[in-house]
Design a protein around this ligand. Structure first.
Ligand SMILES: Nc1ncnc2c1ncn2[C@@H]1O[C@H](COP(=O)(O)OP(=O)(O)OP(=O)(O)O)[C@@H](O)[C@H]1O
Length: 421
């Protein structure tokens, strides 16, 4: 097989008066799956079309699988690069099988299947994309998602070392999205190279080896998903306020776009843990408060949320008690805060110092959670009772209102009754 490497050197592409791609340098090694991401109009389709040789660059060079795609014949390019375009309409009323067989064109003068190798390639491509059952139907009669799979089948039938895909999952249901990307992964693991424009950042992070983030025609980031999908880079490229966390099932980065922060003012310290504070952290941050949290064990679910939301956290190593120095840091945060909120926390001796620090807050909100374990020590129970006696005990739904109330800020739900202790 030819080397399925892609080399882009100092690429510039103008469309009309607009410079769409400018100064792009990138190499994609054989056997990699690269996700092209970026906001609408960033130049993803333009870059893919330039890689496929269907769009001429204004300057720079593209080599795909040992071929200068600008200078080579369409047939030579077609034997190396297959393209799955976005929203293509097929001009004539071909059958699905005819469309898939078009993938064999670089090997013949006609798109008709002419030998056993063609038939096998077409059959296999249709099976792998689950379109065999539509083989005889007119391409005009299949749904948008089915058509997209037919176009993927056509690209597979082309049997090229390089695959370029423009939004291959855009009109697919979740099951076919996963099947399509699993299939691309399989092909890549078999030695092909794939570059796909993908809008869904979570899917891109889950399936691609690397992400190339295009922004304003240039490369803002290129590397493993966890290095490229960072809140600052998403802010710069998408102009989005986004939180990046690890997906609880796949472990890969997942991006949650957040609304612009509101104009609430005040400092709020949260004492949480085990995921009990996650929603409140989000709500407080989005409202615009200056939020901190702790003490928390490093890697705790609330610590992950705090990290994703850029909320400073006081932490201790996992499975360690809060020591005096850490308790001091919590106390400092509590005294700087206008309001301290305690969510459902670990009532144990190891965490007593945190509860005691929180109990000294000027304004304290205690969110009703699970009752503490029956076996806690008398000291821990005393800290817990003191906390509840000093604070205003509210339900989780009323926590945000209670903070606003404590700050005398306006709140849309102020008239809702609060479960005072
Ligand atoms: N033929 C053209 N003439 C002028 N401008 C064009 C032409 N084709 C594309 N553009 C512009 O080039 C820019 C990049 O378009 P492109 O389709 O490559 O973006 P994209 O990243 O694929 O966007 P999307 O996420 O919306 O699919 C856009 O601003 C687009 O309007």
């Amino acid at each position: 097989m030819t080397d399925a490497r892609i080399d882009v050197e100092d690429l510039r592409v103008d469309r009309g008066d607009l410079t769409v791609i400018d100064g792009v340098d990138a190499t994609v090694e054989r056997g990699r799956f690269v996700g092209l991401i970026g906001p609408n109009g960033a130049g993803k389709t333009t870059l893919l079309r330039t890689l496929a040789g269907t769009l001429a660059p204004t300057a720079g060079r593209v080599r795909v699988a040992d071929l200068d795609v600008q200078r080579a014949s369409a047939r030579d390019v077609g034997r190396r690069v297959a393209v799955v375009p976005q929203n293509t309409t097929v001009a004539f009323d071909f059958t699905v099988r005819d469309v898939v067989a078009m993938g064999r064109m670089p090997y013949h003068s006609m798109f008709k299947e002419t030998d056993d190798a063609d038939r096998r390639a077409v059959d296999t491509a249709m099976e792998r994309t689950s379109v065999t059952q539509f083989a005889k139907r007119s391409i005009d009669s299949v749904s948008g998602g089915e058509r997209q799979r037919v176009l993927l089948a056509r690209a597979l039938a082309q049997e090229t070392p390089v695959l370029l895909l423009d939004e291959p999952t855009a009109s697919l249901d979740i099951d076919h999205q996963i099947h399509t990307l699993e299939l691309v992964r399989e092909l890549v693991e078999g030695g092909k190279t794939a570059v796909a424009a993908i809008h869904d950042l979570d899917l891109a992070a889950r399936y691609c080896d690397d992400l190339l983030l295009l922004s304003d025609g240039g490369v803002l980031g290129y590397g493993p998903p966890e290095e490229v999908l960072t809140a600052p880079q998403l802010a710069e490229s998408f102009d989005a306020n986004a939180a990046v966390t690890g997906d609880t099932v796949t472990g890969t980065p997942t991006v949650t776009a957040l609304p612009d922060a509101g104009d609430a003012e005040g400092r709020v310290h949260v004492v949480g843990g085990g995921g009990s504070a996650g929603r409140l952290l989000y709500a407080l941050t989005v409202a615009g408060y200056d939020v901190s949290i702790g003490a928390l064990p490093e890697g705790d679910a609330d610590h992950e949320t705090a990290r994703a939301l850029d909320v400073p956290a006081v932490t201790v190593p996992p499975y360690t008690a809060v020591d005096a120095a850490t308790a001091e840091r919590v106390a400092a945060r509590v005294s700087e805060a206008d309001v301290t909120v305690v969510t459902d926390v670990d009532v144990s001796d190891g965490n007593r110092r945190t509860l005691d620090a929180a109990a000294r807050a000027d304004a304290l909100v205690v969110v009703e959670g699970r009752p503490p374990d029956e076996r806690i020590t008398d000291d821990a129970r005393e800290s817990y009772e003191r906390l509840r006696a000093r604070g205003r005990v509210v339900t989780p739904e009323n926590a945000l209102d209670a903070v606003a109330d404590a700050l005398d800020g306006p709140t849309p739900n102020q008239r809702r009754p609060m479960a005072d202790d």
